[in-house]
Ligand binder design. Structure first.
Ligand SMILES: O=P(O)(O)OC[C@H]1O[C@H](O)[C@H](O)[C@@H](O)[C@@H]1O
Length: 430
């Protein structure tokens, strides 16, 4: 992965070369702490070891009973869905097996999806680290019933990834379902490179080994200097910019196949770093589409943003046909990819011309290696940012508060968080 931070130097907000030197000293200290955590397999830090601890053979053999299905339906939410979705989306060109994700509990959307799926040829991939998440278990029950109604033996077509305990583990044991464990010490949003994020791709026949290799090549770059580690450098610079007022980070890939990547990144960044009044709000954008909408704000709105532009250096191109239509002849002879690249560089320059900080991230291609590199580097960036900010990167008390309140409201136990719902202030206007 290549990182270019030239456009954060002396921008507004921005950092100077002297700041970078000072930051580098702090990166060295943070790196030592991270290494300590990795060595002891501490909660969270253990996730940065996944490229060397994940066993892709184990994943493939656990999935053997399913052969090659027509479709995979992953039921999970947050970290139990977004990593798999990012990998499947990026590598969709490697497979004919469709991947669908049921994370939300919108009844209309769920009904439409279930109507459209060949249920007898679909593997149901249920994923929950805790094994207790209401949305995931509710969706599982709905899909299971739909399979039963369609005369499909769901026990023959269901695969489970979960922890050693919890409702989902009990269910897998009861029905003797093929299953995998979520590795210890790996929080949901850092689990993309584990059983959690790779099983779906394996069912699709995607090159998950290549994803892990790509991640490993970024893992091997972790060092005590941001100059040697793109992941650490991204995290450290984003942190320094946030300290100087860049409180939003617009993640803007210029590739449709990386749209989910921006969504996955948003969970990683927000849930890990949004603590104690600190953090940087991830915004999702897609180039070139959002160049024609959000760029106005990024270039001329408040100076409170970092824009992160992501692209592959190579992609398959489609030629734009030659034309003698007046004013359009400049397009002929170029490719759609050339146009997308020109748009990318134009956005970068338009921000730089106004001294707006932006960072360029590139991979050679959106392939297995490239997506592995990107995902690992962003995880390392998040951990580095968290160390520098002094927050507890691997917890999510605010999200858990909401989970308990929702469960309490549905009668799933006594939770004081649910009582707080009754205190809602109202000021209704019709
Ligand atoms: O994997 P699960 O236990 O079902 O959790 C799914 C998601 O639930 C919560 O919202 C957590 O805050 C997320 O980090 C997690 O990814």
């Amino acid at each position: 992965m290549y990182l270019d931070i030239g456009n954060v130097l002396n921008t507004s907000p921005g950092i100077t070369e002297q700041t970078l030197d000072r930051l580098d000293d702090r990166v060295a200290i943070a790196h030592d702490r991270i290494e300590e955590g990795r060595e002891a397999e501490e909660h969270g830090y253990a996730a940065l070891n996944l490229p060397q601890t994940v066993d892709t053979d184990e994943i493939r053999s656990a999935l053997e009973p399913f052969g090659t299905p027509e479709a995979v339906l992953t039921v999970g939410i947050g970290g139990s869905a977004l990593g798999a979705a990012t990998i499947s989306d990026a590598l969709a060109d490697q497979t004919d097996v469709e991947a669908h994700f049921l994370d939300n509990v919108d009844p209309e959307d769920t009904a439409a999806l279930l109507d459209s799926l060949p249920l007898d040829e679909t593997v149901l991939n249920v994923v929950s680290r805790s094994g207790t998440t209401a949305e995931t278990l509710a969706n599982f029950l709905v899909v299971r019933e739909a399979m039963e109604d369609a005369g499909v033996d769901w026990t023959e077509q269901t695969f489970v990834t979960t922890g050693d305990e919890g409702n989902l583990r009990n269910l897998a044991d009861k029905h003797d379902l093929p299953s995998l464990r979520v590795p210890d010490g790996v929080p949901g949003r850092f689990s993309a490179l584990s059983t959690v994020g790779l099983a779906c791709g394996a069912l699709q026949g995607i090159d998950i080994e290549g994803v892990v290799e790509g991640a490993r090549s970024e893992m091997d770059k972790l060092s005590g200097s941001l100059e040697d580690s793109p992941g650490y450098a991204y995290g450290a610079v984003a942190y320094a910019l946030a300290e100087r007022g860049a409180l939003t980070n617009a993640m803007m890939p210029y590739a449709e196949s990386l749209e989910y990547f921006a969504e996955w990144f948003a969970q990683l960044w927000a849930e890990s770093l949004g603590k104690e009044g600190l953090g940087q709000t991830p915004a999702r954008a897609l180039g070139a589409t959002d160049q024609h909408s959000q760029l106005q704000l990024y270039r001329a709105g408040p100076r409170d943003k970092l824009v992160t532009l992501v692209r592959p250096r190579e992609r398959e191109d489609i030629d734009i046909p030659e034309t003698d239509l007046e004013g359009l002849s400049y397009l002929g002879g170029a490719g759609l990819g050339d146009l997308l690249d020109a748009e990318f560089e134009a956005t970068e320059a338009s921000l730089a011309a106004e001294d707006r900080p932006n960072i360029r991230i590139e991979v050679d291609a959106v392939d297995a290696h490239g997506i592995g590199e990107l995902m690992y580097a962003m995880e390392a960036a998040t951990v580095m940012y968290g160390e520098l900010a002094g927050v507890s990167t691997f917890t999510q008390p605010a999200v858990e508060w909401g989970k308990k309140a929702a469960r309490g409201l549905l009668g799933g136990g006594e939770f004081e968080e649910a009582d707080a719902v009754a205190d809602k202030r109202e000021f209704t206007i019709e």
